[in-house]
Design a protein. Structure first.
Length: 258
């Protein structure tokens, strides 16, 4: 890949991050003045930010199926930090993230001001987080969670943690399964997964130095929670996503984005 294009991508990302810092600073000032912006406003601004970031990354976004028109609980398999960028480009969303992301320099601060809900692993806070997730859904704000709790190489789906889906049952909110798949030369992309002890900066450098790949986002039939328990709901969502990942044929997108 040409050096000029790589430098252009780095320059574009730095400019966008600068704009993100200004926006987050403005949100901080409003909070301190007793005029905090609504969650809907935060989601809207976050989508704009992620759309700009996504256009600097070496991916063609391919959307398969129809994104939901009503508020739902989105559940997706988890491959990389890039998942959040690409899914956040589709429509305004809030995210559930592990607490250690909140400690990332700059990114954690931006995520906080975007309305991200953070959860601590093993900290006994599941009840409090569950109430927060229910609050998001009761106010009809779309919410995305990764029920695997960690990333995978993208060729399969780990076990879904049913507890995270309890908020859908408590609020009678439909669940929207979303399969995300990275492809390069019509095969699984080995560069996109963000695994183990990988570092964000080094992973980003590898991506920016690579040629263009594609990311497919599959919107699968929503699952109505009525009459289901958490385990059944998690199992059905996982099975529908796993079926997409098991199909090695390229998908026919209904929409594309550079």
């Amino acid at each position: 890949m040409g050096r000029l294009l790589r430098l252009r991508r780095y320059s574009g990302l730095l400019t966008i991050l600068g704009h993100g810092l200004l926006t987050a600073s403005w949100l901080t000032v409003r909070e301190r003045c007793g005029r905090p912006p609504s969650l809907a406003r935060r989601q809207y601004l976050t989508r704009q930010f992620l759309e700009r970031i996504g256009r600097q990354l070496p991916y063609e976004l391919r959307i398969v199926g129809e994104p939901p028109r009503q508020s739902m609980l989105w559940v997706a398999n988890h491959v990389s930090w890039v998942d959040i960028v690409m899914l956040g480009r589709v429509m305004p969303l809030s995210f559930l993230s592990k607490d250690d992301v909140a400690q990332w320099p700059l990114i954690g601060w931006l995520a906080h001001h975007a309305g991200t809900c953070f959860i601590r692993r093993g900290a006994g806070e599941h009840g409090q987080v569950g109430q927060q997730l229910q609050d998001y859904l009761r106010r009809e704000h779309p919410l995305l969670i990764f029920p695997e709790g960690t990333t995978s190489d993208g060729t399969g789906v780990r076990t879904f943690h049913p507890r995270l889906l309890g908020c859908a049952l408590e609020t009678a909110t439909p669940v929207q399964p979303v399969a995300i798949r990275y492809r390069r030369h019509d095969q699984a992309d080995p560069l996109s997964p963000f695994l183990g002890d990988d570092e964000l900066t080094s992973h980003l450098q590898r991506l920016l130095a690579s040629g263009q790949a594609s990311v497919e986002i599959h919107f699968l039939p929503p699952i109505q929670p009525h009459g289901l328990d958490r385990s059944t709901l998690a199992r059905r969502a996982r099975e529908s996503i796993a079926a997409v990942l098991a199909d090695e044929q390229p998908a026919t997108p209904t929409a594309r984005c550079a």
